[in-house]
Design a protein around this ligand. Structure first.
Ligand code: PA5
Length: 447
């Protein structure tokens, strides 16, 4: 099996090597700024060293807490939004059985999510399924003040206390938050919840390798040591050289920016494995929040093929020509299932009888890439030998570093998210939050 490979051959009829290598000097500078912490947003570069900074003491404490949560829970609810939940969900779903909720022999609790929307029906249904099940929660919020998780936590805390009593409920709550700021830290201290700290210098969407991601992933039964090992391996690989021809991060950052400069303003991340759906969601958040500012940035979209070839496929093939796609290609599935022979052959499938289903998926991938290139869509490809903790760790580190380098090429701060505040201001004003009186008056006039 080969290793992680980034290939952009199928983009070369749209951009040439000169346009790609034109970024080399900038990339050298940007890597230096990242490693020396001298670029924009340099207070938020703690994620660069996470693969080696997450030490044995922390890993053991996470594993011990996860073990406790497993023993006492049929369900573990991860409360968080954006970077405080997508990383965990991306890894858990990528590694889980597709139908894990129905698997009887499962040793780990079922992982459910809350606090990532403000839907009354969602929370009501959640309470419904928790009624006759033992459960625990992780409440994850760096700021400790985000409305969505705060609402979900208030509801579930009350429910836990009513179900188990205040003292026992405390043992079913883990708080993951900032070391001193925010209401959640204060509450966790007052109530004596088990608490994990999110380092000051790691922003939400770069936090999957902190307890934000590691605790839920460990509760779900996956190996966080291997995840960190994978990230470390990618770190070692990309620190050897900053050259576009030697470093996949440099190559990906250069190619996507060369395409952007030629009018390809939307990047679609494509997967052919349904369990990568949330990995795509994680990637969308990482790139969207990091690059989309100052009226700039590649719009990150995601599709799952072949499912979406029967919906978005039409647009990708023939719609507005501002799209390029990056396929996350998995060489080997974890299982084997072949297409059976059928005597009657009414469905005319005997020509592929005996073939592994993955082989058909693979040919669909190759055929689609060529069709899209013919239709004017540059195609990039990241291929990995399979999906496991180590490979996911490599992918996380690869995408995070490429996002930072790419953001610097765009000349934005890839570590802030000022635009996220606009909806919050309006929502607080409309809800009449104390301190927003003037905004409330103004916004009501606009309704
Ligand atoms: O990446 C980010 O910084 C955001 O997506 C945050 O993770 C998200 O807004 C949640 O913030 P918090 O963890 O403070 O509740």
């Amino acid at each position: 099996m080969s290793e992680f490979v980034f290939n952009y051959d199928k983009a070369l009829s749209f951009i040439n090597q000169k346009e790609i290598h034109h970024f080399q000097e900038k990339i050298d500078r940007h890597f230096e700024a990242i490693y020396n912490k001298t670029g924009k947003g340099s207070d938020f570069l703690g994620w660069v060293e996470l693969p080696e900074n997450v030490d044995e003491t922390l890993i053991s404490r996470i594993e011990a807490t996860a073990q406790k949560m497993c023993e006492q829970s049929d369900v573990f609810v991860v409360i968080g939004i954006g970077g405080s939940y997508l990383g965990a969900r991306a890894i858990i779903e990528a590694l889980s059985h597709h139908f894990s909720h129905l698997q009887r022999e499962k040793n780990s609790p079922v992982i459910l999510y809350a606090g990532n929307n403000i839907s009354e029906d969602y929370l009501t249904d959640l309470l419904d399924v928790l009624k006759n099940r033992d459960y625990s929660v992780a409440v994850i919020s760096k700021s400790g003040t985000t409305t969505e998780p705060a609402i979900a936590f208030r509801i579930l805390r009350e429910n836990l206390e009513a179900k188990y009593g205040t003292e026992a409920a405390r043992k079913r709550i883990v708080a993951i938050t900032d070391k001193q700021k925010g209401a959640l830290k204060q509450l966790a201290d007052e109530e004596g919840y088990e608490t994990f700290i999110i380092p000051d210098d790691v922003g939400g969407r770069y936090s999957v390798l902190t307890p934000v991601g590691l605790l839920p992933i460990s509760v779900a039964g996956f190996n966080i040591r291997q995840l960190l090992e994978g990230a470390k391996a990618m770190k070692v690989r990309i620190t050897k050289s900053t050259k576009i021809d030697e470093n996949p991060v440099a190559a990906y950052a250069a190619v996507r920016n060369a395409l952007y400069n030629k009018g390809y303003t939307t990047e679609i991340m494509v997967n052919y494995e349904p369990r990568l759906f949330y990995f795509t969601e994680w990637w969308k958040q990482l790139y969207g929040e990091s690059e989309g500012k100052e009226n700039k940035g590649i719009f990150p979209a995601g599709v799952s093929f072949t499912t979406d070839l029967h919906s978005m496929g039409q647009y990708i093939q023939e719609g507005l020509r501002n799209i390029f796609e990056t396929v996350l290609s998995v060489e080997k599935p974890r299982s084997e299932l072949a297409i059976p022979e059928d005597d009657k052959n009414l469905d005319k499938l005997n020509y592929i009888a005996g073939k592994a289903i993955h082989e058909v998926n693979h040919q669909a991938e190759l055929g689609t890439a060529l069709a899209h290139v013919d239709g004017g869509v540059p195609n990039l490809r990241i291929s990995v030998p399979g999906i496991n903790e180590n490979i996911l760790g490599q992918l996380i580190y690869f995408y995070e570093m490429a996002c930072a380098v790419s953001g610097y090429i765009l000349d934005v701060n890839p570590f802030d998210q000022p635009g996220v505040e606009a909806y919050k201001r309006n929502m607080f004003a409309l809800l009449g939050k104390p301190g927003f009186e003037k905004e409330t008056e103004e916004i009501r006039k606009r309704l």
